[in-house]
Design a binder for this molecule. Structure first.
Ligand SMILES: [Zn+2]
Length: 243
């Protein structure tokens, strides 16, 4: 090291972030001070510690001719230490916990999708089919495979709504003591009987709220109105929050 060069205080690098940033930072500081490539090669190892130092020691140096060459080899060698960006395959690691609502799980799933630069819809669907515990949703996913992430979200919304309605329907038909627990027997108004004669109603559709056939629970207008009223009055926080 020539006498006129004062060794600057250099940032230390552990190998956990992008190596190019560290190498470039080091290079520009050293070049400003007129250090030659040979000097840079000699000083550079002192900026490394921990895993970065170990990796540097593993680097074959007999064929390194200058700092440019060294930094290129270092960047390549350290590249696996760079923070990996998430891919669609990471969705496979999600787990639909026992007892966790579909709403809660899909909220976590959607957050995970946001961390992925490009979500492959096929991989997203496969991970849902493997993970989700809601059989009706999985069945629908495999039968009417969504073609885009938009379609996938729409389908999820529909099933979350059904899930909420089922819970409310169960809540509304629960016994008097269960309702007492929430402090009010009249929270849910039970619907009036269906007006159309039974013979004129669709026989294969059943509404859990009306406890009669004619339409599906998720299409029940009375239940929808009831739910909206309950949400306005703040009763359904446990069903409408993410967790
Ligand atoms: Zn109904």
């Amino acid at each position: 090291m020539p006498r006129h060069i004062v060794v600057p205080k250099l940032e230390k690098y552990e190998g956990l972030t992008n190596p190019c940033d560290h190498i470039q930072g080091f290079k520009s500081i050293m070049e400003c001070r007129g250090a030659s490539a040979l000097i840079m090669c000699k000083i550079f190892p002192s900026t490394l510690f921990g895993p970065a130092r170990t990796r540097f020691n593993q680097l074959p140096r007999h064929n390194v001719t200058n700092f440019g060459d060294l930094s290129e080899k270092l960047a390549l060698h350290f590249s696996s230490a760079q923070r990996k960006t998430k891919t669609s395959l990471d969705l496979m690691n999600l787990d639909h916990e026992l007892g966790e609502s579909l709403r809660s799980f899909l909220a976590r799933f959607n957050r995970a999708c946001l961390e992925i630069t490009y979500v492959q819809v096929e991989v997203a669907i496969s991970s849902l089919v493997i993970t989700v515990r809601d059989e009706a949703y999985v069945c629908s996913l495999t039968k009417k495979r969504p073609k885009t992430m938009g379609e996938l979200y729409v389908m999820g919304d529909k099933f979350m709504q059904s899930e909420d309605m089922m819970k409310i329907s169960q809540f509304s038909s629960s016994s008097a003591p269960a309702k007492k627990e929430v402090g009010n027997r009249d929270i849910v108004k039970l619907p009036k009987k269906m007006r159309a004669p039974a013979a004129k109603r669709t026989s294969h559709k059943y509404c859990l709220f009306h406890k009669d056939h004619g339409h599906d629970t998720e299409d029940c207008r009375h239940l929808k109105d009831e739910i909206e009223g309950l949400i306005r009055r703040g009763y359904l926080k446990q069903f409408t929050s993410d967790k």
